[in-house]
Design a protein around this ligand. Structure first.
Ligand code: NAD
Ligand code: UDP
Length: 360
């Protein structure tokens, strides 16, 4: 398939591009660059062993998007393009509504105009708010706890309404739990701007000496060791799930909503200790007040994804930490650093993709 990957230069989108290419699909990236580096392109091309098209386009720019749809005749769209920082969304809610909700509406309009009717949407476990029960199933109650969460919830609803109005439109709604890790090559990974909001990139920055210690938000939750529990999922597993979801949506000719998690809860301190084992680095930490709005324990029931897509997370927490550390050690300043020579990347060349793309 020829696939438009909106936000494909970002963390999860870039990994999805590698997987899609390895399965013989042809990807074209549209990314505004609001949270990505142009350097990802060279890394991606090295990984897939073929040229990749990256267009610096904002999905809200209808004219530029129309030109892309006219040039490429896409079979499907993967929609990763969004702003994602919860704290920033509380300070600048209108920017989030404009980019994430406005962007989704504009993208759906562009798809409709071009007659493209298959969408894979990046949603989030944040739509469950503070779940009353774990593991969380897809039929749990939905609630937005902050403007970012609201954009995901509203976007899900907009897409659902469109599916109702147009019986030929198919959407796969993927609710990610906590994506972490990086491609095992160390060539692509998560590159947060400024102080990371999320736990794993924060730990990584402590490990390379950019921050002196981790602040653990809360040590008195009713959990295994008092710290918050989440469902961390390796980004390569997530990337595989996108390809599986797209292929299932096409073959079964139906839309669906699934959780993407491992089904296993890991506490903050368990993750810290796993990271220390994987990296050989000590991660100093201090337990501080709870972070407002945090839940004690959130992890997925991933059974539906397995039942529909035959997908199951393959990587465990040790692999997540190993690959996160490998990426960080090779790229201490993210894409701003030249690749470290010491650790030569393991480049896995997906042979099918090379052949298909080279001939394209
Ligand atoms: P990211 O910021 O690394 O990637 C998003 C990409 O979209 C960036 O490259 C950015 O430049 C681009 N973008 C943003 N707005 C755009 C626009 N209007 N037009 C074109 N490009 C635009 O984030 P990520 O972690 O890869 O997340 C991808 C998606 O998954 C997002 O929708 C996010 O909300 C969702 N998600 C992420 C997480 C997570 O923890 N990383 C968890 C759940 C859901
Ligand atoms: N966390 C922490 N210190 C940090 C960042 C996060 O202790 O610097 C904790 C947070 O309270 C939560 C877990 O780590 O229990 C995961 O947080 P993250 O922001 O990565 O994901 P989310 O809470 O959005 O699921």
């Amino acid at each position: 398939m020829r696939i438009l990957v909106c936000g494909g230069a970002g963390y999860i989108g870039s990994h999805a591009c590698v997987t899609l290419c390895s399965r013989g699909h042809h990807v074209v990236i549209a990314d505004s660059g609001v949270n990505s580096s142009p350097r990802v392109l060279q890394r991606l091309q090295r990984l897939v062993g073929a040229p990749v098209s990256l267009h610096r386009v904002d999905i809200r720019d209808r004219r530029a998007m129309a030109a892309l749809f006219a040039t490429y005749h896409f079979d499907a769209v993967l929609h990763f393009a969004a702003l994602k920082a919860v704290g920033e969304s509380c300070r600048k809610p209108l920017d989030y509504f404009d980019n994430n909700i406005g962007g989704t509406i504009a993208l759906l309009q562009s798809m409709q105009e071009a007659g493209v009717r298959r969408l894979v949407f990046s949603s989030s476990a944040t739509v469950y708010g503070d779940p009353s029960q774990v593991p969380v199933r897809e039929d749990a109650g939905l609630q937005a706890l902050n403007p970012y969460g609201r954009t995901k919830l509203v976007a899900e609803q907009l897409i659902e309404d469109l599916c109702r109005a147009d019986d030929r439109f198919r959407a796969a709604n993927l609710r990610y739990f906590n994506p972490v890790g990086a491609h095992p090559s160390g060539l692509i990974g998560e590159d947060p701007c400024g102080e990371p909001n999320n736990l794993m990139p924060y730990i990584c920055q402590v490990a390379v000496g950019q921050r002196d210690h981790l602040r653990v938000f809360g040590g008195d939750y009713p959990t295994v060791d008092g710290t918050g529990v989440r469902d961390y999922i390796h980004v390569v597993d997530l990337a595989q799930a996108h390809a599986d979801a797209l292929e299932y949506m096409v073959s079964a000719d139906r839309g669906f909503t699934v959780n993407l998690g491992t089904g296993r809860g890991i506490s903050v301190l368990e993750l810290v200790h796993a990271f220390e084992r994987a990296s050989g680095q000590r991660i100093p930490y201090e337990i501080v007040e709870r972070r407002p709005g945090d839940s004690a324990e959130v992890f997925a029931d991933p059974a539906l994804a397995q039942q529909l897509l035959g997908w199951r997370a393959q990587y465990d927490v040790d692999a997540m930490c190993r690959d996160a550390w490998h990426w960080q050690a090779m790229n201490p300043q993210g894409y701003r650093s030249p690749l470290r020579r010491a650790a030569a990347p393991r480049v896995e060349r997906p042979r099918r993709a090379v052949a298909r793309l080279a001939g394209a």
